[in-house]
Design a protein around this ligand. Structure first.
Ligand code: GLY
Ligand code: MN
Ligand code: MN
Length: 454
């Protein structure tokens, strides 16, 4: 059905290889000491209703360090003074469960096919983890993810206190390893970039299909079906976040996800949708006229947002502070609105934290992107803005939102219910910004040529 779509996204890139997982683990271990115990947890399955579960998605840390996707898993690394030994606790093989729910790699599968030294049934977790806990000095674990692991750690810390006093062994502190892992995740490898580019290519094609199928009378939910259909058709695990598909006044609601209105002639539709491909997110927003032709007023706002987005992308350069794109985008947006007479303050006043620009542009211009859509990584380490380095990926997503429904502002009649956001995924490289989502059209001419063409 969408064969040309498949052709345009190209061949599937290789998944993250075993060597890369080992390299990630080594980089993490190099920051730890003998006697440290690292426990990487994942959430338990969660019940939707009765015996139906929500689709399972493991923790991003588990994906990053060993790529195991199934539930009930715990990754453990311990250094008793010799070297690091990694273990993965997994669901064991179970014919009855496999008949009902699907095949499991099991313990042997985990040992042979995943980047770990040892694998065990998760039924052995209590006993084996307790033994490691007793021998450990510091425990690196993110509490609050797996309540069983939390209880074990808590129990061992408390119950071994006498032994610890006698022999000087046992854990003395709990440290959250997230900060260390997050710092590693911030810089993407070539393999990760290839996966993210592919993810963005698929999301671009999904937006193109949605544009082509937009005409007055179409339902937001129908465009959602097309977008998410393309995601599945292209072999992703699905959405990276709930798709935002809002026409008319819904386009002015930043995270509108109800998607149950009809798209009407004369409205702008805003679609913010991205997929998760082999664990990596894309995050793209485009806005277009439902009838295929921007009105003068819509084009005025669109031009400003596009200009601001291009200025922000241009600021995505090695050595620039992470918020340089935000400052660049705000300036162009404010200048544009002053030219249109929407803002009556001076440029400096409009850009103040309580300036007029905030009425129509109330969010940041981007966020890190990776395994999570709002990916990890501290923006202001030690209070200073992080400087861009090669391999970082950030979204660039300025917008203007004129919600005529808002009681807190007086919306200019001419721009009533126009909501425009343009969002791309940008890789920082030594030779300048590399737009991973560049397949997705964004000039007025290119968009108008596609809308309604299906
Ligand atoms: N899709 C959510 C965002 O753009 O941050
Ligand atoms: Mn985003
Ligand atoms: Mn988005």
């Amino acid at each position: 059905m969408w064969d040309s779509t498949l052709r345009s996204i190209g061949d599937e890139p290789s998944p993250i290889g075993e060597e890369e997982y080992y390299a990630r683990q080594r980089r993490l271990f190099s920051q730890l000491r003998p006697g440290d115990l690292l426990i990487v947890t994942a959430p338990h399955e969660s019940t939707r209703s009765n015996d139906v579960h929500y689709p399972y998605r493991t923790s991003s840390e588990m994906l990053y360090l060993c790529g195991w996707e199934d539930p009930e898993a715990v990754f453990v690394a311990f250094n008793s003074g010799e070297d690091w030994v990694t273990s993965l606790f997994v669901q064991p093989k179970d014919v009855l469960m496999e008949i009902w729910e699907g095949r499991r790699p099991g313990v042997d599968g985990a040992k042979n096919g995943w980047p770990v030294d040892e694998a065990y049934s998760h039924k052995e977790l209590d006993e084996r983890l307790a033994r490691m806990l007793i021998q450990s000095k510091r425990v690196f674990v993110k509490l609050g993810v797996d309540s069983d692991v939390d209880k074990l750690v808590d129990y061992e810390i408390k119950s071994n206190s006498r032994e610890r006093q006698k022999l000087g062994i046992g854990p003395v502190s709990i440290v959250d390893p997230s900060r260390m892992i997050n710092e590693l995740r911030l810089r993407k490898s070539d393999a990760e970039i290839a996966l993210m580019r592919h993810s963005a290519k698929i999301a671009s094609q999904a937006h193109i299909q949605a544009m082509a199928n937009t005409r007055p009378g179409v339902g937001e939910w129908q465009l959602e079906g097309i977008i998410e259909g393309v995601f599945k058709y292209c072999k992703t695990s699905g959405i990276a976040y709930p798709s935002i598909i809002g026409s008319g006044e819904n386009a002015t609601i930043l995270h509108y996800t109800v998607n149950n209105d009809t798209c009407n002639d004369g409205e702008v539709i805003l679609i913010d949708a991205g997929c998760e491909y082999k664990g990596y997110a894309s995050d793209i927003t485009r806005s277009w006229p439902v009838n295929g032709k921007f009105s003068e007023a819509q084009a005025e706002i669109y031009d400003i947002v596009l200009k601001s987005q291009l200025a922000a992308i241009d600021a995505c350069r090695v050595g620039n502070p992470y918020d340089a794109p935000h400052q660049a985008a705000r300036r162009v947006l404010a200048e544009g609105l002053i030219d249109l007479g929407v803002i009556t303050q001076s440029l400096d006043e409009a850009l103040e934290s309580n300036g007029e620009l905030n009425k129509w542009y109330m969010h940041n211009t981007g966020h890190w992107l990776g395994i999570d859509v709002h990916d990890v990584g501290v923006y202001r380490p030690d209070g200073e803005p992080r400087l861009f380095e090669e391999g970082m990926v950030i979204t660039v997503e300025p917008g203007l939102y004129f919600g005529a429904w808002r009681p807190d502002v007086e919306c200019p009649e001419r721009y009533s219910n126009i909501g425009i956001r343009i969002e791309d995924d940008v890789l920082i490289t030594s030779s300048g910004p590399d737009v991973l989502s560049s397949d997705c059209p964004k000039t007025i001419a290119n968009i108008e040529a596609i809308v309604g063409s299906a």
